[in-house]
Design a protein around this ligand. Structure first.
Ligand SMILES: *Cc1c(COP(=O)(O)O)cnc(C)c1O
Length: 397
């Protein structure tokens, strides 16, 4: 008889033989500039912990205190018995930080996109995405019954064409939603949100931005892409983000109008039916916002290091693409080259993983580096020397 689960092993072996399986690396301590990866002390060059907040003393202390006072878990989902004062306080503080009327937190950024997008649009609606949007947006859109269209990456002119063509085809969409990443995580480029919002405004469409990689990085004091472009709340209807990146903890969130939050919490199944954050998580997120507000030096340091690193890598002759943010891809072409470069860097004490097909185009394999504000100048020199040495050995320079 056929093994009904036989495909599991077969598919896995296919992935292994084509070199597309994930080989997991193990951290033996905090995500810090120098950390232990697979038992070796290396410089962390690919975490999303841009500002080092995951290991910041104030953030850790807040988590510890909340654990002592409230225990390890919240006991329920938010709408039943798991709505702690800490959760409400976090949402008030986040809304203030973002300059929005209200905010709502979810268990993760993925759960935010997967739970909210299919409630914003449905049958008879149209959703228009940047072609390189994050997988959680793609899944959120798939869960809706809305008609879908994509526009060329970061191209508001193409967006306008897509909206016009859709309008000519079906002038009676109930709602139109335009959705984009704020900062694209593979190339580090920034969505032209001001021009996207202009197109949306002219056509009466809603705007949803996923700012997972813009928060803590762009805008005044790291407030994110809406602040970066100084856009009014009437132009961006859903500002979505995550506590799992620059905030250094975990959890998704949205900011916007009070109506948005009331709607979202009553309709998102990933919010209604999933356990709320442990108290230590909510308290750590609160402390991370505190640190961003009271210690602006982290964001400044992140940008100073980013500029130094990009300048040094370009001077060496590396192709760093068209990044505008602390995500700096080192483009090398072939997947095998990217993998070899990453392995050699690891030997030399730098942890930076390759990003290869199918995550990026076949000839666009790269090492994706992400800068960290907690690096010292010496750390940065060590990393640059390692890139130089490995690059020469592999004849990339
Ligand atoms: C990381 C990321 C997410 C998912 O956020 P989590 O909170 O880690 O689930 C969503 N969108 C984008 C653009 C991301 O980079």
């Amino acid at each position: 008889m056929r093994d009904p689960a036989g495909f599991l092993g077969e598919e896995y072996r296919t992935l292994v033989s084509s070199g597309l399986d994930w080989k997991l690396h193990v951290l033996g301590g905090p995500s810090a500039p120098w950390c232990e990866v697979d038992g070796k002390r290396v410089l962390m060059f690919c975490s999303n912990n841009y500002l080092g907040l995951s290991n910041h003393p104030k953030v850790k202390e807040a988590a510890r205190r909340a654990l002592e006072r409230y225990g390890a878990g919240s006991g329920s989902v938010r709408p039943i018995a798991g709505n702690l004062d800490l959760h409400a306080e976090l949402e008030r503080r986040l809304a203030r930080f973002k300059g929005a009327e209200a905010s709502l937190t979810y268990s993760s950024g993925f759960a935010t996109n997967a739970g909210l997008i299919p409630q914003l649009v449905g049958e008879g609606d149209l959703v228009i995405s940047d072609e390189l949007n994050h997988g959680s947006i793609i899944d959120g859109v798939r869960l809706s019954r809305a008609e879908r269209a994509v526009f060329r990456h970061t191209d508001p002119v193409d967006l306008e064409r897509v909206v016009q063509e859709a309008d000519a085809r079906t002038p009676s969409y109930r709602r139109v939603l335009i959705i984009t990443d704020g900062v694209f995580s593979m190339d580090g480029d920034i969505a032209p949100l001001d021009r996207i919002a202009d197109v949306a405004h002219r056509f009466g469409a809603m705007v949803y931005v996923d700012d997972a990689h813009g928060e803590g990085v762009l805008g005044e004091g790291g407030r994110g892409i809406v602040s970066h472009f100084r856009l009014g709340r009437d132009r961006v209807h859903v500002e979505m983000g995550t506590f799992s990146k620059a905030f250094g903890v975990v959890g998704g969130h949205i900011s916007g109008s009070r109506d948005l939050v009331n709607f979202a919490l009553n309709r998102s199944r990933t919010w209604l039916l999933s356990g709320s954050h442990p108290p230590a998580v909510a308290a750590a997120c609160l402390a991370a916002i505190d640190v961003l507000e009271s210690e602006p030096n982290h964001v400044e340091r992140l940008w100073a290091l980013t500029q130094q690193f990009k300048k040094a890598m370009t001077a060496l002759g590396f192709d760093t693409g068209h990044s505008e943010t602390p995500i700096t891809p080192i483009l090398v072409g072939e997947s095998a080259t990217a993998k070899r470069l990453s392995e050699r860097l690891f030997d030399l004490g730098v942890f930076a993983l390759p990003i290869v097909y199918p995550m990026v185009a076949k000839d666009k394999a790269r090492i994706r580096t992400i800068m960290n504000a907690a690096l010292t100048d010496d750390d940065l020199s060590v990393a640059i020397s390692a890139f130089e040495k490995a690059g020469r050995e592999l004849r990339l320079l």
